[in-house]
Design a protein around this ligand. Structure first.
Ligand code: NAD
Length: 293
């Protein structure tokens, strides 16, 4: 399938500690059916997305790669992230996993490779990180980072390796704002990326008064308000939707600005002590559980 050339979108780029840049807003493909993924990613490319977030455990890397290959868009204009799953952290498995992902994606490199979860009971994430450094030096991946790592995991990685992850992709949305990680990131060269940026539709985020009021004020949808709240804090995010109309909506957030008072009213939605969490707790998630897609 061929796509009409899309003019460079208004999505800002964020420079990572590797020297490479990442489009701040991208498209996530968790829970997109493997057989639909190529079509959904083609639609996302048409709409203007140039950053895609996948993982072997999503079982849809092939669809992401097919859509990229069938588009007219040069490889170096597209940013692809994949991850290392929990039972692949030991020995030479990080390398084997990346080579398998490159094969699935039909790509020669990925832009970003993340340790998906620290799995503290296994205590292999330091080893996995050393392997990621080697893979970056071999040119198979441009930037390396982590996901779901708490401050203690990050500190151990940096103390042991002397290298800071380019970013840490964590559950982050108005009910679960990760204040401790945000404070940590402010004094490190590790960016914050939000997964489940819309709360995965699992709690009534989009019906909450501060968001509904801001939406009315700006003539935008509640989802656009939440995405804009992430953008204004400098977070990197990849909201997911299978509907093309929502893909368009979710990227159309660069023509307005939330006021300080609106930002503040959304900050106030945070629930402390992990009560707003919709996913797993990284300190306790210790198995190689595979989600049913
Ligand atoms: P999300 O917060 O992006 O929520 C997606 C859901 O929100 C959709 O299924 C839909 O129900 C709803 N939605 C989307 N657009 C909407 C709109 N405009 N209006 C109303 N509702 C809308 O959750 P997610 O998909 O879990 O997170 C985004 C991406 O983050 C994933 O696809 C994946 O790439 C990544 N992720 C990473 C991890 C990790 O452990 N590293 C975990 C979960 C997700």
């Amino acid at each position: 399938m061929h796509h009409p050339p899309t003019p460079p979108g208004p999505v800002p780029s964020i420079r990572l500690n590797s020297g490479f840049s990442i489009p701040q807003l991208g498209f996530g493909v968790w829970l997109i059916d493997p057989s639909d993924t190529s079509n959904r990613v083609s639609e996302a490319l048409e709409v203007g997305y140039r950053h895609f977030d996948t993982a072997p455990v999503y079982n849809n890397e092939r669809g992401v790669g097919d859509a990229i290959r069938h588009s007219d868009i040069p490889r170096d204009e597209i940013f692809v992230t994949t991850k290392l799953w929990n039972d692949q952290q030991g020995g030479d498995k990080p390398r084997e996993s990346l080579l398998r992902s490159l094969d699935e994606l039909s790509l020669e490199y990925v832009d970003l490779f993340l340790i998906h979860w620290p799995v503290p009971a296994q205590d292999l994430y330091l080893h996995a990180w050393e392997k990621l450094v080697e893979l970056q030096e071999a040119g198979l991946v441009k930037s390396i980072g982590v996901s779901n790592h708490n401050v203690d995991h990050l500190d151990r990685i940096i103390t042991t390796s002397g290298r800071q992850p380019a970013l840490n992709q964590v559950e982050l949305h108005p009910a679960h704002q990760q204040r401790e990680l945000q404070a940590w990131a402010a004094s490190h060269d590790t960016k914050v990326a939000s997964w489940g940026p819309l709360g995965q539709g699992q709690y009534p985020l989009l019906d909450t008064p501060p968001i509904v009021e801001a939406a009315r004020h700006h003539g935008k949808s509640p989802a656009q308000i939440v995405i804009r709240w992430h953008v204004q804090q400098g977070f990197i995010l990849t909201p997911k939707s299978s509907k093309k109309s929502r893909m368009k909506e979710n990227i159309d957030v660069f023509d307005f600005e939330l006021t300080p008072a609106e930002m503040q009213s959304i900050h106030a939605m945070n629930l402390s002590d992990g009560r707003g969490r919709v996913g797993q707790d990284p300190a306790k998630f210790n198995d190689a559980w595979v989600p049913a897609i």
